[in-house]
Design a protein around this ligand. Sequence first.
Ligand SMILES: [Zn+2]
Length: 219
Amino acid sequence: MKRSEARAAVAAAYRGLGRRGLIVGSAGNVSLRTRKGMLITPSGGDPDRAGSADMVSVTLDGVVTSDGTPSSEWAMHAAIYHAKPAVGCVVHTHADACTALAALNQDLPAFHYMIASFGGNGVRCAPYATFGTSRLAHDAVEALAGRSACLLANHGMIVHGRGVEDTVARAVLLETLCRQYLLALSAGAPRILTSQEMADAHERFKTYGPRQRPTHPPG
Ligand SMILES: [Zn+2]
């Protein structure tokens, strides 16, 4: 992908997440791995107005190599790229349902078989740490072990994927599942699928049609 195409792709994903209500104001960021590090949305950005030129190039060690100031969460994105060589895109948002569940400091359990699409039998919630810190970056990477998503306690969520499109789709799916789980919780005690039922779901996904087949987390 050319540099201009990468910039356009990150900006389009940022705007798309804004249109869907998953990023409100500056409460979220998108990055894409590049040859020299990553392209990331700017600090204090606004998805409604973001254009290609607003995206910021930064190395995984934090050296800014373009105009602009990178998102304050650049270190969290960089830590994920360091830890997971196959990851190409990271999305972080404060989407409503994800953040509501994260405020309860709860994992998202296997109340639905689609949880398997994130690579395990549940989506972990990383413990609370101050935004923009290396502690948060470290805890997020731990919570993402073997998974392509995690919640961040009293903060929001992270998903990663290979490219922009699959990662944005994963963000939408995680928000949908968190909303459905909270709805179920408000009506009673959801039954959690057994480990055998989830093993069957993981197995089934391996042979399901390409549009439905989840891509298990790279890295
Ligand atoms: Zn955040």
